[in-house]
Design a protein. Structure first.
Length: 80
């Protein structure tokens, strides 16, 4: 883990601690400058100043008209 994160890493996943029902989150290492200002989607995604990560609450995915599209959009926009 130390060696893997010592240079550059970009992972995505589900975090059970992100909100009442958990959240999807990207984890770039190192965090790029201005990361909080990046435009991401869908609309319910937000930057958590507490965790220094974008979060997409599972609640928002669960009630989305197209949950797969919501998660895919989030993963693509946070990767860019």
């Amino acid at each position: 883990m130390v060696e893997g994160c010592s240079r550059e890493l970009s992972s995505r996943g589900f975090w059970p601690g992100g909100g009442e029902e958990g959240a999807f989150t990207p984890a770039p290492t190192p965090n790029p400058g201005g990361f909080a200002d990046y435009p991401v989607g869908p609309q319910d995604a937000y930057f958590s100043s507490e965790f220094k990560q974008f979060l997409l609450p599972n609640e928002a995915v669960r009630v989305a008209p197209d949950p797969d599209r919501a998660v895919t959009q989030f993963l693509h926009t946070t990767y860019r």
